[in-house]
Design a protein around this ligand. Structure first.
Ligand code: HEM
Ligand SMILES: *[C@@H]1O[C@H](CO)[C@@H](O)[C@H](O)[C@H]1NC(C)=O
Length: 507
Protein backbone atom coordinates (compact mmCIF):
# COMPACT_ATOMS: atom_id res chain seq x y z
CA UNK A 1 0.00 0.00 0.00
CA UNK A 2 2.70 2.36 1.11
CA UNK A 3 4.81 1.24 -1.76
CA UNK A 4 2.06 1.90 -4.28
CA UNK A 5 1.32 5.24 -2.68
CA UNK A 6 4.99 6.05 -2.79
CA UNK A 7 5.30 5.09 -6.44
CA UNK A 8 2.24 7.11 -7.48
CA UNK A 9 3.62 10.05 -5.55
CA UNK A 10 6.84 9.55 -7.39
CA UNK A 11 4.93 9.42 -10.65
CA UNK A 12 3.21 12.64 -9.81
CA UNK A 13 6.49 14.16 -8.81
CA UNK A 14 8.21 13.09 -11.95
CA UNK A 15 5.37 14.26 -14.17
CA UNK A 16 5.51 17.71 -12.61
CA UNK A 17 9.29 17.87 -12.65
CA UNK A 18 10.52 16.05 -15.72
CA UNK A 19 7.82 16.65 -18.32
CA UNK A 20 7.61 20.37 -17.77
CA UNK A 21 11.33 20.62 -18.02
CA UNK A 22 11.20 18.59 -21.24
CA UNK A 23 8.50 20.79 -22.70
CA UNK A 24 10.32 23.87 -21.48
CA UNK A 25 13.36 22.57 -23.27
CA UNK A 26 11.35 22.06 -26.42
CA UNK A 27 9.88 25.51 -26.18
CA UNK A 28 13.36 26.94 -25.70
CA UNK A 29 14.69 24.97 -28.62
CA UNK A 30 11.81 25.99 -30.86
CA UNK A 31 12.20 29.63 -29.89
CA UNK A 32 15.92 29.41 -30.49
CA UNK A 33 15.44 27.88 -33.97
CA UNK A 34 12.75 30.40 -34.79
CA UNK A 35 15.08 33.21 -33.75
CA UNK A 36 17.83 31.74 -35.93
CA UNK A 37 15.38 31.49 -38.80
CA UNK A 38 14.10 34.95 -38.04
CA UNK A 39 17.61 36.36 -38.23
CA UNK A 40 18.09 34.77 -41.63
CA UNK A 41 15.26 36.81 -43.08
CA UNK A 42 16.25 40.11 -41.48
CA UNK A 43 17.45 42.61 -44.06
CA UNK A 44 21.07 43.61 -43.49
CA UNK A 45 21.73 47.27 -42.72
CA UNK A 46 21.33 49.50 -45.78
CA UNK A 47 19.63 46.73 -47.81
CA UNK A 48 16.75 47.79 -50.11
CA UNK A 49 13.48 47.85 -48.14
CA UNK A 50 10.56 45.50 -48.54
CA UNK A 51 7.80 43.71 -46.71
CA UNK A 52 8.56 41.81 -43.50
CA UNK A 53 9.57 38.26 -44.32
CA UNK A 54 8.46 35.21 -42.32
CA UNK A 55 10.93 32.60 -41.05
CA UNK A 56 11.34 29.67 -43.50
CA UNK A 57 8.93 31.04 -46.10
CA UNK A 58 10.10 34.60 -46.56
CA UNK A 59 7.62 36.51 -48.71
CA UNK A 60 6.61 33.34 -50.54
CA UNK A 61 3.12 34.71 -51.06
CA UNK A 62 4.46 37.49 -53.27
CA UNK A 63 6.61 35.42 -55.63
CA UNK A 64 7.62 37.18 -58.82
CA UNK A 65 5.71 34.87 -61.11
CA UNK A 66 5.39 35.61 -64.78
CA UNK A 67 2.11 37.44 -64.77
CA UNK A 68 2.70 39.12 -61.44
CA UNK A 69 -0.31 39.94 -59.37
CA UNK A 70 -1.23 43.26 -57.87
CA UNK A 71 0.62 42.39 -54.67
CA UNK A 72 4.00 43.13 -56.18
CA UNK A 73 2.79 46.15 -58.04
CA UNK A 74 1.73 47.63 -54.73
CA UNK A 75 5.17 46.77 -53.33
CA UNK A 76 6.95 48.84 -55.96
CA UNK A 77 4.52 51.70 -55.29
CA UNK A 78 5.14 51.38 -51.57
CA UNK A 79 8.88 50.74 -51.46
CA UNK A 80 10.06 52.56 -54.58
CA UNK A 81 12.19 51.65 -57.57
CA UNK A 82 14.57 49.38 -55.65
CA UNK A 83 13.04 46.97 -53.18
CA UNK A 84 13.62 43.45 -51.89
CA UNK A 85 11.64 40.34 -51.09
CA UNK A 86 12.66 37.04 -49.55
CA UNK A 87 12.12 33.64 -51.13
CA UNK A 88 12.79 31.33 -48.24
CA UNK A 89 16.11 32.63 -46.88
CA UNK A 90 17.19 34.21 -50.14
CA UNK A 91 16.72 37.91 -50.72
CA UNK A 92 15.88 39.11 -54.24
CA UNK A 93 16.38 42.73 -55.18
CA UNK A 94 13.82 43.99 -57.73
CA UNK A 95 14.59 47.00 -59.96
CA UNK A 96 11.57 48.90 -61.21
CA UNK A 97 11.28 51.56 -63.91
CA UNK A 98 13.60 52.58 -66.74
CA UNK A 99 15.91 54.77 -64.63
CA UNK A 100 16.76 52.15 -62.00
CA UNK A 101 17.17 49.33 -64.55
CA UNK A 102 19.40 51.40 -66.84
CA UNK A 103 21.41 52.72 -63.90
CA UNK A 104 22.16 49.17 -62.71
CA UNK A 105 22.68 47.28 -65.97
CA UNK A 106 24.53 49.99 -67.91
CA UNK A 107 25.88 52.60 -65.49
CA UNK A 108 26.91 49.95 -62.93
CA UNK A 109 27.56 47.23 -65.51
CA UNK A 110 30.56 45.70 -63.70
CA UNK A 111 28.68 45.23 -60.46
CA UNK A 112 25.39 43.96 -61.89
CA UNK A 113 26.37 41.57 -64.70
CA UNK A 114 26.86 38.34 -62.79
CA UNK A 115 24.38 35.44 -62.70
CA UNK A 116 23.32 33.85 -59.40
CA UNK A 117 24.12 30.29 -58.39
CA UNK A 118 20.79 28.44 -58.58
CA UNK A 119 21.38 24.76 -57.74
CA UNK A 120 18.66 23.40 -60.09
CA UNK A 121 20.20 25.35 -62.99
CA UNK A 122 23.83 24.65 -62.07
CA UNK A 123 23.03 20.95 -61.97
CA UNK A 124 22.06 21.13 -65.65
CA UNK A 125 24.55 23.68 -67.02
CA UNK A 126 27.46 23.49 -64.55
CA UNK A 127 27.39 27.28 -65.11
CA UNK A 128 29.16 26.78 -68.44
CA UNK A 129 28.21 28.35 -71.78
CA UNK A 130 26.79 31.87 -71.86
CA UNK A 131 23.31 32.28 -70.42
CA UNK A 132 23.89 30.96 -66.90
CA UNK A 133 27.66 31.53 -66.75
CA UNK A 134 29.26 33.80 -64.14
CA UNK A 135 30.61 37.16 -65.31
CA UNK A 136 34.13 35.96 -66.05
CA UNK A 137 36.73 35.36 -68.72
CA UNK A 138 35.13 32.15 -70.00
CA UNK A 139 31.72 33.83 -70.41
CA UNK A 140 33.35 36.70 -72.28
CA UNK A 141 35.18 34.37 -74.71
CA UNK A 142 32.13 32.17 -75.34
CA UNK A 143 29.87 35.15 -75.87
CA UNK A 144 32.34 36.82 -78.21
CA UNK A 145 32.61 33.60 -80.23
CA UNK A 146 28.81 33.27 -80.55
CA UNK A 147 28.37 36.93 -81.49
CA UNK A 148 31.05 36.82 -84.16
CA UNK A 149 29.69 33.58 -85.61
CA UNK A 150 26.23 35.13 -85.86
CA UNK A 151 27.69 38.27 -87.44
CA UNK A 152 29.90 36.46 -89.96
CA UNK A 153 26.90 34.54 -91.14
CA UNK A 154 24.86 37.61 -91.97
CA UNK A 155 24.24 36.82 -95.65
CA UNK A 156 23.96 33.16 -94.77
CA UNK A 157 21.32 34.07 -92.17
CA UNK A 158 19.27 36.10 -94.60
CA UNK A 159 19.36 33.18 -97.01
CA UNK A 160 18.29 30.73 -94.32
CA UNK A 161 15.48 33.00 -93.19
CA UNK A 162 14.11 33.43 -96.75
CA UNK A 163 14.35 29.69 -97.26
CA UNK A 164 12.36 29.12 -94.09
CA UNK A 165 9.85 31.83 -95.01
CA UNK A 166 9.13 29.89 -98.21
CA UNK A 167 8.38 26.73 -96.21
CA UNK A 168 6.17 28.66 -93.81
CA UNK A 169 4.19 30.35 -96.59
CA UNK A 170 3.70 27.00 -98.29
CA UNK A 171 2.41 25.46 -95.06
CA UNK A 172 0.01 28.36 -94.46
CA UNK A 173 -1.27 28.07 -98.04
CA UNK A 174 -2.01 24.38 -97.59
CA UNK A 175 -3.26 24.57 -94.04
CA UNK A 176 -6.82 25.59 -94.71
CA UNK A 177 -8.57 28.72 -93.52
CA UNK A 178 -8.33 28.33 -89.77
CA UNK A 179 -5.29 27.00 -87.87
CA UNK A 180 -3.48 27.13 -84.56
CA UNK A 181 -0.09 28.37 -85.80
CA UNK A 182 1.85 27.75 -82.56
CA UNK A 183 3.82 24.70 -83.52
CA UNK A 184 4.61 25.67 -87.12
CA UNK A 185 5.93 29.06 -86.04
CA UNK A 186 8.00 27.54 -83.26
CA UNK A 187 9.49 25.04 -85.68
CA UNK A 188 10.18 27.66 -88.35
CA UNK A 189 11.93 29.98 -85.89
CA UNK A 190 13.89 27.18 -84.31
CA UNK A 191 15.09 26.10 -87.75
CA UNK A 192 17.02 29.35 -88.13
CA UNK A 193 19.04 28.64 -85.00
CA UNK A 194 19.37 25.00 -86.10
CA UNK A 195 20.78 26.04 -89.48
CA UNK A 196 23.36 28.23 -87.77
CA UNK A 197 24.30 25.75 -85.08
CA UNK A 198 23.75 22.28 -86.56
CA UNK A 199 23.93 23.14 -90.26
CA UNK A 200 20.45 21.98 -91.18
CA UNK A 201 16.74 22.53 -90.63
CA UNK A 202 14.01 20.10 -89.55
CA UNK A 203 10.80 19.40 -91.45
CA UNK A 204 7.60 20.51 -89.75
CA UNK A 205 6.49 16.88 -89.54
CA UNK A 206 9.76 15.48 -88.13
CA UNK A 207 8.39 13.72 -85.06
CA UNK A 208 11.66 13.53 -83.12
CA UNK A 209 12.28 17.26 -83.50
CA UNK A 210 8.67 17.96 -82.59
CA UNK A 211 9.22 15.98 -79.42
CA UNK A 212 12.39 17.93 -78.58
CA UNK A 213 10.62 21.28 -79.03
CA UNK A 214 7.91 19.94 -76.76
CA UNK A 215 10.48 19.01 -74.08
CA UNK A 216 12.05 22.45 -74.36
CA UNK A 217 8.72 24.22 -73.91
CA UNK A 218 7.78 21.91 -71.05
CA UNK A 219 11.03 22.61 -69.23
CA UNK A 220 10.62 26.34 -69.51
CA UNK A 221 7.12 25.91 -68.14
CA UNK A 222 8.08 23.60 -65.27
CA UNK A 223 11.01 25.73 -64.32
CA UNK A 224 9.07 28.96 -64.08
CA UNK A 225 6.12 27.31 -62.36
CA UNK A 226 5.68 26.40 -58.71
CA UNK A 227 7.93 23.35 -59.02
CA UNK A 228 10.87 25.45 -60.12
CA UNK A 229 10.20 27.98 -57.41
CA UNK A 230 9.99 25.30 -54.76
CA UNK A 231 13.36 23.95 -55.93
CA UNK A 232 14.82 27.43 -55.61
CA UNK A 233 13.60 27.80 -52.05
CA UNK A 234 14.58 24.23 -51.07
CA UNK A 235 17.56 23.23 -53.23
CA UNK A 236 17.97 19.88 -51.42
CA UNK A 237 14.73 18.79 -53.12
CA UNK A 238 16.69 18.22 -56.29
CA UNK A 239 17.86 14.83 -55.00
CA UNK A 240 14.39 13.71 -53.91
CA UNK A 241 11.91 11.98 -56.19
CA UNK A 242 9.06 14.15 -57.43
CA UNK A 243 7.62 15.94 -60.43
CA UNK A 244 10.69 18.21 -60.65
CA UNK A 245 12.81 15.21 -61.73
CA UNK A 246 11.12 15.68 -65.07
CA UNK A 247 13.12 18.88 -65.55
CA UNK A 248 16.35 16.88 -65.32
CA UNK A 249 15.07 14.04 -67.53
CA UNK A 250 13.99 16.51 -70.23
CA UNK A 251 17.30 18.34 -69.98
CA UNK A 252 19.13 15.02 -70.40
CA UNK A 253 17.11 14.15 -73.51
CA UNK A 254 17.88 17.54 -75.04
CA UNK A 255 21.56 17.19 -74.22
CA UNK A 256 21.68 13.74 -75.81
CA UNK A 257 20.38 15.35 -78.97
CA UNK A 258 23.05 18.11 -78.92
CA UNK A 259 25.71 15.57 -78.07
CA UNK A 260 24.78 13.28 -80.95
CA UNK A 261 24.99 16.15 -83.39
CA UNK A 262 28.39 17.20 -82.01
CA UNK A 263 29.69 13.63 -82.46
CA UNK A 264 28.52 13.55 -86.08
CA UNK A 265 30.27 16.89 -86.66
CA UNK A 266 33.52 15.53 -85.23
CA UNK A 267 33.38 12.62 -87.67
CA UNK A 268 32.46 14.54 -90.80
CA UNK A 269 34.18 17.93 -90.45
CA UNK A 270 36.99 19.23 -92.60
CA UNK A 271 39.41 21.29 -90.57
CA UNK A 272 39.39 24.99 -91.43
CA UNK A 273 36.19 24.70 -93.47
CA UNK A 274 33.41 25.17 -90.94
CA UNK A 275 29.88 24.37 -92.13
CA UNK A 276 28.22 25.81 -89.04
CA UNK A 277 28.80 26.97 -85.47
CA UNK A 278 29.76 23.53 -84.15
CA UNK A 279 32.46 23.10 -86.83
CA UNK A 280 33.73 26.62 -86.14
CA UNK A 281 33.88 25.81 -82.44
CA UNK A 282 35.82 22.59 -83.01
CA UNK A 283 38.31 24.57 -85.17
CA UNK A 284 38.65 27.11 -82.38
CA UNK A 285 39.24 24.37 -79.81
CA UNK A 286 42.10 22.93 -81.86
CA UNK A 287 43.72 26.30 -82.43
CA UNK A 288 43.44 27.32 -78.82
CA UNK A 289 44.89 24.05 -77.59
CA UNK A 290 48.10 24.97 -79.44
CA UNK A 291 48.32 28.25 -77.49
CA UNK A 292 49.76 27.92 -74.04
CA UNK A 293 47.33 30.35 -72.45
CA UNK A 294 44.32 29.05 -70.57
CA UNK A 295 41.54 28.51 -73.09
CA UNK A 296 37.87 28.30 -72.27
CA UNK A 297 37.03 26.44 -75.47
CA UNK A 298 36.06 23.01 -74.17
CA UNK A 299 33.55 20.21 -74.66
CA UNK A 300 31.57 21.44 -71.66
CA UNK A 301 31.34 24.98 -72.97
CA UNK A 302 30.49 23.79 -76.49
CA UNK A 303 27.42 21.80 -75.50
CA UNK A 304 26.19 24.65 -73.29
CA UNK A 305 26.69 27.30 -75.96
CA UNK A 306 24.68 25.10 -78.34
CA UNK A 307 22.00 24.62 -75.70
CA UNK A 308 21.88 28.35 -74.79
CA UNK A 309 21.32 29.42 -78.39
CA UNK A 310 18.68 26.75 -78.88
CA UNK A 311 16.88 27.55 -75.62
CA UNK A 312 17.14 31.35 -75.76
CA UNK A 313 16.56 31.68 -79.50
CA UNK A 314 13.39 29.66 -80.00
CA UNK A 315 10.56 30.45 -77.58
CA UNK A 316 11.18 34.20 -77.35
CA UNK A 317 11.08 34.88 -81.08
CA UNK A 318 8.27 32.43 -81.81
CA UNK A 319 6.13 33.88 -79.04
CA UNK A 320 6.70 37.41 -80.34
CA UNK A 321 5.48 36.36 -83.79
CA UNK A 322 2.39 34.74 -82.31
CA UNK A 323 1.61 37.99 -80.48
CA UNK A 324 2.14 39.90 -83.74
CA UNK A 325 -0.46 37.83 -85.62
CA UNK A 326 -2.87 38.10 -82.69
CA UNK A 327 -2.56 41.90 -82.56
CA UNK A 328 -3.13 42.05 -86.31
CA UNK A 329 -6.38 40.11 -85.88
CA UNK A 330 -7.37 42.41 -83.01
CA UNK A 331 -6.57 45.62 -84.93
CA UNK A 332 -7.63 45.06 -88.58
CA UNK A 333 -7.14 48.72 -89.51
CA UNK A 334 -3.52 48.61 -88.34
CA UNK A 335 -3.09 45.39 -90.33
CA UNK A 336 -4.51 47.17 -93.40
CA UNK A 337 -2.14 50.06 -93.05
CA UNK A 338 0.89 47.73 -92.75
CA UNK A 339 -0.25 45.86 -95.83
CA UNK A 340 -0.61 49.06 -97.84
CA UNK A 341 2.94 50.03 -96.88
CA UNK A 342 4.21 46.55 -97.76
CA UNK A 343 2.48 46.69 -101.15
CA UNK A 344 3.88 50.17 -101.86
CA UNK A 345 7.46 49.51 -100.86
CA UNK A 346 7.96 45.83 -101.69
CA UNK A 347 5.18 44.92 -104.09
CA UNK A 348 4.64 41.28 -104.91
CA UNK A 349 7.41 40.44 -107.33
CA UNK A 350 10.36 40.32 -104.93
CA UNK A 351 10.88 39.13 -101.36
CA UNK A 352 11.14 41.51 -98.39
CA UNK A 353 14.70 42.43 -97.37
CA UNK A 354 16.18 44.07 -94.28
CA UNK A 355 17.04 47.16 -96.34
CA UNK A 356 13.28 47.76 -96.69
CA UNK A 357 13.04 48.71 -93.00
CA UNK A 358 14.39 52.16 -93.85
CA UNK A 359 11.39 52.94 -96.06
CA UNK A 360 8.73 51.21 -93.94
CA UNK A 361 8.46 53.29 -90.74
CA UNK A 362 4.88 52.27 -90.01
CA UNK A 363 5.42 48.51 -90.22
CA UNK A 364 8.62 48.82 -88.20
CA UNK A 365 6.76 50.85 -85.57
CA UNK A 366 4.03 48.19 -85.42
CA UNK A 367 6.62 45.46 -84.89
CA UNK A 368 8.26 47.43 -82.07
CA UNK A 369 4.89 48.09 -80.45
CA UNK A 370 4.11 44.35 -80.64
CA UNK A 371 7.40 43.63 -78.87
CA UNK A 372 6.73 46.26 -76.23
CA UNK A 373 3.23 45.01 -75.46
CA UNK A 374 4.21 41.33 -75.83
CA UNK A 375 6.91 41.79 -73.19
CA UNK A 376 7.85 38.14 -73.64
CA UNK A 377 10.41 38.04 -70.82
CA UNK A 378 8.68 40.17 -68.17
CA UNK A 379 11.50 39.90 -65.65
CA UNK A 380 14.34 39.21 -68.11
CA UNK A 381 16.85 36.73 -66.74
CA UNK A 382 18.13 36.82 -63.20
CA UNK A 383 21.22 38.91 -62.59
CA UNK A 384 23.47 38.86 -59.53
CA UNK A 385 25.87 41.37 -58.04
CA UNK A 386 29.50 40.55 -58.90
CA UNK A 387 30.80 42.51 -55.89
CA UNK A 388 29.51 44.54 -52.95
CA UNK A 389 27.93 47.69 -54.32
CA UNK A 390 26.37 50.88 -53.06
CA UNK A 391 23.49 51.52 -55.45
CA UNK A 392 21.14 54.49 -55.17
CA UNK A 393 21.99 54.73 -51.50
CA UNK A 394 21.46 51.03 -50.77
CA UNK A 395 24.12 48.56 -49.76
CA UNK A 396 23.85 45.34 -51.77
CA UNK A 397 26.33 42.53 -50.99
CA UNK A 398 28.13 40.43 -53.61
CA UNK A 399 26.11 37.48 -54.91
CA UNK A 400 22.65 39.00 -54.33
CA UNK A 401 19.99 38.02 -56.89
CA UNK A 402 18.81 41.04 -58.87
CA UNK A 403 15.68 41.10 -61.05
CA UNK A 404 15.52 43.84 -63.67
CA UNK A 405 11.75 44.18 -64.05
CA UNK A 406 11.44 44.69 -67.82
CA UNK A 407 7.65 45.00 -67.56
CA UNK A 408 8.10 48.10 -65.45
CA UNK A 409 10.35 49.54 -68.18
CA UNK A 410 8.22 48.60 -71.19
CA UNK A 411 5.07 49.89 -69.44
CA UNK A 412 6.77 52.78 -67.59
CA UNK A 413 4.19 55.55 -67.18
CA UNK A 414 6.90 58.21 -67.36
CA UNK A 415 8.15 57.02 -70.75
CA UNK A 416 5.10 55.90 -72.74
CA UNK A 417 2.03 57.94 -73.64
CA UNK A 418 -0.42 55.05 -73.30
CA UNK A 419 1.59 52.34 -71.52
CA UNK A 420 -1.14 49.70 -71.44
CA UNK A 421 -2.61 50.36 -74.88
CA UNK A 422 -1.43 49.02 -78.23
CA UNK A 423 -0.31 52.16 -80.03
CA UNK A 424 2.27 52.12 -82.86
CA UNK A 425 2.39 55.91 -82.43
CA UNK A 426 4.82 55.29 -79.54
CA UNK A 427 7.45 54.72 -82.23
CA UNK A 428 6.55 57.45 -84.73
CA UNK A 429 7.31 61.16 -84.61
CA UNK A 430 5.01 63.88 -85.96
CA UNK A 431 6.54 63.51 -89.43
CA UNK A 432 5.67 59.80 -89.44
CA UNK A 433 9.31 58.75 -89.09
CA UNK A 434 10.39 55.85 -86.93
CA UNK A 435 11.83 56.77 -83.52
CA UNK A 436 12.96 54.44 -80.73
CA UNK A 437 12.32 55.66 -77.17
CA UNK A 438 15.02 54.88 -74.56
CA UNK A 439 12.65 52.71 -72.56
CA UNK A 440 12.32 50.15 -75.37
CA UNK A 441 14.36 47.41 -73.66
CA UNK A 442 12.76 44.02 -74.47
CA UNK A 443 16.29 42.65 -75.00
CA UNK A 444 17.50 44.15 -71.71
CA UNK A 445 20.73 46.22 -71.66
CA UNK A 446 24.37 46.23 -70.61
CA UNK A 447 27.01 43.52 -71.05
CA UNK A 448 24.38 40.77 -70.70
CA UNK A 449 22.07 42.26 -73.32
CA UNK A 450 20.47 39.60 -75.54
CA UNK A 451 23.12 38.51 -78.00
CA UNK A 452 20.48 37.37 -80.49
CA UNK A 453 18.92 40.83 -80.76
CA UNK A 454 19.90 41.41 -84.39
CA UNK A 455 19.00 37.91 -85.46
CA UNK A 456 15.64 38.16 -83.69
CA UNK A 457 14.91 41.50 -85.38
CA UNK A 458 15.73 40.03 -88.79
CA UNK A 459 13.56 37.01 -88.17
CA UNK A 460 10.62 39.01 -86.89
CA UNK A 461 10.71 41.58 -89.70
CA UNK A 462 11.17 39.06 -92.52
CA UNK A 463 8.66 36.51 -91.22
CA UNK A 464 6.09 39.18 -90.37
CA UNK A 465 6.22 41.15 -93.63
CA UNK A 466 6.34 37.99 -95.76
CA UNK A 467 3.23 36.61 -94.07
CA UNK A 468 1.36 39.91 -94.16
CA UNK A 469 2.20 40.36 -97.82
CA UNK A 470 0.60 37.07 -98.83
CA UNK A 471 -2.20 36.66 -96.29
CA UNK A 472 -4.86 38.58 -94.51
CA UNK A 473 -5.46 37.49 -90.92
CA UNK A 474 -8.84 37.62 -89.22
CA UNK A 475 -10.40 36.44 -85.96
CA UNK A 476 -12.42 33.46 -87.15
CA UNK A 477 -15.00 33.28 -84.39
CA UNK A 478 -17.78 35.87 -84.87
CA UNK A 479 -19.05 35.16 -81.34
CA UNK A 480 -15.91 36.34 -79.53
CA UNK A 481 -13.15 38.94 -79.50
CA UNK A 482 -9.39 38.32 -79.67
CA UNK A 483 -8.09 37.81 -76.13
CA UNK A 484 -5.00 39.89 -75.45
CA UNK A 485 -4.36 38.60 -71.93
CA UNK A 486 -1.32 36.39 -71.46
CA UNK A 487 -1.36 32.71 -70.62
CA UNK A 488 0.56 31.59 -67.53
CA UNK A 489 3.90 30.19 -68.64
CA UNK A 490 7.64 30.52 -68.91
CA UNK A 491 7.59 33.46 -71.22
CA UNK A 492 4.65 35.81 -71.49
CA UNK A 493 2.81 34.14 -74.34
CA UNK A 494 -0.66 34.54 -75.82
CA UNK A 495 -3.34 31.98 -75.00
CA UNK A 496 -3.60 29.47 -77.81
CA UNK A 497 -5.83 30.82 -80.56
CA UNK A 498 -7.20 30.02 -83.98
CA UNK A 499 -5.82 32.12 -86.80
CA UNK A 500 -8.11 32.93 -89.72
CA UNK A 501 -6.13 33.01 -92.97
CA UNK A 502 -7.22 34.51 -96.29
CA UNK A 503 -4.87 34.65 -99.27
CA UNK A 504 -4.37 38.16 -100.59
CA UNK A 505 -4.57 38.77 -104.32
CA UNK A 506 -1.24 39.72 -105.93
CA UNK A 507 -0.74 43.45 -106.10
C1 HEM B 1 12.23 38.38 -79.59
C2 HEM B 1 13.24 37.63 -79.32
C3 HEM B 1 14.14 37.73 -78.10
C4 HEM B 1 13.97 38.42 -76.93
C5 HEM B 1 12.80 39.30 -76.51
C6 HEM B 1 15.14 38.16 -76.12
C7 HEM B 1 15.34 38.71 -74.86
C8 HEM B 1 16.44 38.43 -74.06
C9 HEM B 1 16.63 38.96 -72.73
C10 HEM B 1 15.66 39.89 -72.00
C11 HEM B 1 17.79 38.46 -72.26
C12 HEM B 1 18.39 38.67 -70.85
C13 HEM B 1 19.41 39.75 -70.83
C14 HEM B 1 19.86 40.02 -69.41
O1 HEM B 1 20.31 39.08 -68.74
O2 HEM B 1 19.78 41.16 -68.96
C15 HEM B 1 18.37 37.61 -73.29
C16 HEM B 1 19.57 36.94 -73.18
C17 HEM B 1 20.06 36.10 -74.15
N1 HEM B 1 19.52 35.85 -75.40
FE1 HEM B 1 17.80 36.66 -76.14
N2 HEM B 1 15.97 37.31 -76.79
C18 HEM B 1 15.41 37.03 -78.01
C19 HEM B 1 15.94 36.23 -79.00
C20 HEM B 1 17.15 35.58 -78.94
C21 HEM B 1 17.75 34.81 -80.00
C22 HEM B 1 17.16 34.63 -81.40
C23 HEM B 1 18.94 34.30 -79.52
C24 HEM B 1 20.00 33.44 -80.16
C25 HEM B 1 20.06 32.94 -81.27
C26 HEM B 1 19.07 34.76 -78.14
C27 HEM B 1 20.13 34.44 -77.32
C28 HEM B 1 20.32 34.94 -76.05
C29 HEM B 1 21.44 34.58 -75.18
C30 HEM B 1 22.55 33.57 -75.51
C31 HEM B 1 21.29 35.32 -74.00
C32 HEM B 1 22.22 35.31 -72.77
C33 HEM B 1 23.22 36.45 -72.83
C34 HEM B 1 24.21 36.45 -71.68
O3 HEM B 1 23.90 35.93 -70.60
O4 HEM B 1 25.33 37.00 -71.85
N3 HEM B 1 17.98 35.54 -77.83
N4 HEM B 1 17.51 37.63 -74.39
C1 LIG C 1 7.11 44.63 -62.52
O1 LIG C 1 6.49 45.77 -63.00
C2 LIG C 1 5.10 45.65 -63.26
C3 LIG C 1 4.61 46.95 -63.89
O2 LIG C 1 5.06 48.05 -63.17
C4 LIG C 1 4.37 45.29 -61.98
O3 LIG C 1 3.00 45.10 -62.24
C5 LIG C 1 4.99 44.00 -61.43
O4 LIG C 1 4.36 43.68 -60.20
C6 LIG C 1 6.47 44.18 -61.22
N1 LIG C 1 7.06 42.92 -60.80
C7 LIG C 1 7.91 42.82 -59.79
C8 LIG C 1 8.50 41.48 -59.56
O5 LIG C 1 8.21 43.77 -59.11
Amino acid sequence: MAASLGSSALDALSSTLISPSLSTCLVFLATFLLLLEWRKVQRPRGFPPGPTALPLLGNLGSLPTQEPGMALYKLSKEYGEVFSIYLGHTPWVVLNGYEAVWDALVQHAKEFSDRPVIPVISKVTQRLGILTAPYDHSWKQQRRFAVSTLRNGNTFLKEKISEEVAFLLQTFRESGRVVDPTFTIQNAVSNIVCSIVFGHRFDYDDSRFRHLLHLLAENLRLFSGWIGQLCMVMPWLENCPGPHQRIFRNADALRDFYDESIQVHRQTRVEGQPRDLIDAYLDEMEQESQDQSASSFSDGNLINVVSDLFVAGTETTATTLRWALLYMMAYPSIQDRCQREIDDVIGSSRAPAMSDTASMPYTVAVIHEVQRMANVLPTGFMHATASDVIFRGYRIPKGTIVIPNLTSVLYDENHWKTPLEFNPGHFLNDAGQFVKPDAFLPFSAGPRVCLGENLAKMEIFLFFTSLMRRFQFYWPDPESQPCLAAAIGASRSPQSYQLGIRQRPDK
